[in-house]
Structure formats: C-alpha cells, structure tokens
Design a protein around this ligand. Structure first.
Ligand code: MG
Length: 317
C-alpha cells in the first residue's frame, strides 16, 4: 500500500493512494484511525492489515493534482539518520568510463577505476569498514512541490542527492542483521540537499552543511515494505529535466540490514524514525565543471516502485 500525508485545510491527515491513483483519506474508511502518520505506523499489524485491504479496494478519491501533499512524516520526532557515503567507490570511479560507453548507468556493472569520486567519498581507495553517519534535524524536512530554499548569502553551492529513505515500523536496539528487515515499515524518496562549501567548512563535521531549513525533501508517499523489494531499485535525479544521477540501490556498499545494525547499536530506534541510505555518483560538485542548483531550478528525484519527488529552488527573504 501507499500512504501519504496531505493537507486539505484542516492540518495534516493520512491518505491511501487507491488502485485508481486517487487519494482516499483514511478517516473516510476507518473512523477511529490515528490522525497522523506516526500514529498510523505505531498502530500495529491489525491497523496495517485493515489499511492494506482497503487500499486494494478503495477508489474514486480525490485527484492527486487537487491535493497538497506533505512529506509522509512532516515533522519527525527526532533527527533523520543519514549515511554519508554508501555506493561503491569502484562504481563511482567508473562513472565517466561507463558514460562514454553510452548505456544507462543503472544497466551497467560497477567496474573501471579512473573517474571522479562521489559525494563525500573518503580519500582512501579501500571501502571503509564502517559507514559514515550523520543526521539532519526535523526542520530540514519538506514535502513534494515545496520550495528548497537557496542558501544565499551563506553559500551558492546547492547540490542534490537522491536517496532511498527507510521508515522504521518496529523499534528496537542492537538489531541483528538477520532480523533487520522486520523493523522496516516502508520506503520513500529523499533528496539529501547539501550545501557543499559549508559541508566542508566545519572541521570535517558535515552537520551544518546538511542542515539548512528545507534541505530534506521527502515523498511523495510511503510504499509499505511488503510491496517493495529494495535490493535493486533504479534511482535517478533530474534537474530541469536533465538526468544527473542514474544508478541502482544494488550498488549500496552497506545494505539495509547493516545500516539498521549500526544505527541501533546502543541506541533504541523508534517507530517513525527515518534512515536515508546514501547517494550514488552524479552529484553536482563532482561534475566537471562542478554544477550547482540555482533559483528557479526544478529538481526531481525518482525511485523505481515509489515515484517522483519534485521541488523548486526558491530565494528566501
Ligand atoms: Mg547523502
């Protein structure tokens, strides 16, 4: 099932995306349903089974074009957990060579060395033993078709990063890898918007450059884990219709079970926590010459089986 958060003038509410592509407020079908997505996620297997059944049968809801969609979890209770570098350096290094070959990047095998490294890639040639971790605060989260604020006067180096976002359904601490997938409620698209010079400015600490307001668009909905195999999903970024990133989640270095193990080590994960899982090559700063987004640019991230998340860069007064 697909679950979205929308606002029809009465504050955030949760809706099902019906089989005909329309939006059905869950309160229209379950009178005592929780008001928000965090409540729905915490509602447990019984509620989820009812929603799954209704999603298969619901139809004739509101047309999506008439509804304001928000981020699926518009205001997470805690920071969003992030992986700083998670697609194989070999794959990134081969990007230029593979591009010359002319085939779509997602269809090519990781291979040759000799091309630029990807966002935040460590200097070493070896794949690190542990993933790089950081977080984005809840105020970074924004929804489909909402503005991404241009970072002037602090910077003009505004970059994109398509990422698969994982929504935790069942909490836990010290989660074992062989049980990790049981903790996932579903998946959505994320754009880990980054301010590159600020990201590098603070002694190797990425937090500031990753935490400008509105710099974590997510959506357009959560696809429940029972309906999506995250192992090999094509993920892409387009800026003004031009493809910038085009890869597959199969090139993740640290797979989802390992990431859940790392984030939950000594730390209780809670239902509704979100993990964004790293970006493949094709980010702006690593291009030659470097490319950054400017005011008026339209950026779309798309993940196979989930959908398209579109935002426009706007100036902030
Ligand atoms: Mg990222």
């Amino acid at each position: 099932m697909k679950l979205t958060t929308f606002d029809a003038g009465r504050g955030p509410r949760v809706g099902l995306i019906a089989s005909d592509g329309t939006l059905v407020p869950i309160h229209d079908v379950i009178a005592d349903a929780p008001l928000d997505m965090l409540g729905v996620i915490a509602g447990g297997d019984g509620l989820h089974a009812r929603l799954r059944d209704l999603a298969a049968r619901a139809k004739d809801g509101a047309k999506l074009a008439t509804v304001k969609l928000l981020a699926p979890i518009p205001k997470p209770r805690r920071n969003v957990l992030c992986v700083g570098w998670n697609y194989s350096e070999h794959f990134a290094e081969g990007a230029a060579v593979r591009a010359q070959a002319g085939a779509p990047a997602h269809a090519r095998a990781p291979a040759q060395a000799g091309a630029p490294a990807q966002a935040g890639a460590p200097a070493q040639k070896e794949i690190p033993e542990f993933p790089a971790l950081f977080s984005k605060n809840p105020a970074t989260v924004t929804g489909p078709d909402s503005p991404i604020w241009f970072p002037a006067p602090h910077s003009e180096q505004l970059d994109w990063e398509v990422e698969l976002a994982v929504v935790i359904g069942k909490g836990g601490r010290d989660i074992a890898e062989d049980r990790a997938m049981e903790h996932i409620f579903g998946y959505t698209c994320a754009n880990d918007v980054s301010v590159r010079d600020v990201q590098r400015r603070h002694g190797g600490q990425w937090f500031k450059g990753k935490n400008f307001d509105s710099h974590l668009p997510m959506g357009p909905w959560i696809v429940s884990a029972d309906e999506l195999d995250p192992a090999a999903l094509r993920l892409q970024t387009r800026v003004n219709g031009v493809t910038k990133q085009d890869s597959s989640t199969k090139f993740m270095v640290f797979k989802l079970p390992r990431l859940l193990r790392e984030f939950s080590a000594g730390t209780e994960l809670e239902p509704g926590d979100i993990i964004i899982t790293g970006t493949p090559e094709g980010v702006g700063f690593a291009r030659k010459p470097p490319e950054y987004m400017k005011i008026g640019d339209v950026v779309e991230v798309e993940i196979e089986g989930i959908g398209v998340l579109r935002n426009t860069v706007q100036g902030r007064s």
